[in-house]
Design a protein around this ligand. Sequence first.
Ligand code: CAA
Length: 258
Amino acid sequence: MGNYEFIKTRVEEATGIIELHRPDVLNALNRKMVDEIVEALERYDQSEDIRVIVITGSQKVFAAGADIDEMADDTPVSMELRNQFAVWDRISLVKKPVIAAVNGYALGGAFELVLNCDLIFAGETAKFGFPEINLGVMPGAGGTQRLAKTMGKAKALEWLWTGEHMSAKEVYQYGVINKVVAPEILMDEVLKYTAKLSRQAPLSVRLIKEAVNKVTDSTLEEGLLLERKNFYLLFGSEDQKEGMKAFIEKRKPDFKGK
Ligand code: CAA
């Protein structure tokens, strides 16, 4: 895949992996790195060989947030003119499942990147948090909204106001992340899950993602309508015919994503 400066990409079976790689500054997310992540996500989303996408960091750190050096001299006008966070909106347009695999720190903008993913797996020693308040700012790439929606308003405010780090166990307890495992087996566990997910009917995976995301983005009525539309739509796919036929014939289905 493309030539990147701050990320590495690789493919394992049908899983496209994006690894944040800026080790000198704990993978701090500068603008170029965010552009690269989004471009890689979109490429994997378009690729016929990829069914699931994983975003990860190193064993030591996922990422320590947005690059503070790069932002320090910004002004409201420079950010407005650059439309700083517009690129982040493209992450939620990715149709395939995106899983975050987190070891070490996932702070500030990095926690926001993680919260943009569909599922979050973490090592036991991972640390999450929004330390922006300690810099005299606040999260700007969706952190307040997404944290409050998953964790609830009171707990989210508590963490956002203190800026303290949360352990993987704590965020798990509040339903923010899916699974906590020993750090050294994190990637194996993620790949075991993505192998399973890669065998599921791709159109169902895609439309379920769209329908579930509707829960947080809309009223119940809109969500129910979208769910129904997607359910009907799947009956126009070859995979629905294959899936049901395979069940009746007592064999494993061979899904093609059509
Ligand atoms: N931006 C730029 N550089 C960073 C950075 C960041 N977010 N986080 C760490 N670094 C750099 C440090 O400056 C240091 O560089 P030097 O070796 O050149 O001095 C290097 O990475 C290692 O960092 P530390 O020496 O601080 O490592 P540590 O293990 O002692 O501490 C840490 C780790 C607790 C994560 C600490 O680095 C830290 O608190 N980092 C800042 C975290 C933060 O505030 N993130 C939010 C950023 S704002 C944001 O994300 C806004 C948004 O919503 C989009």
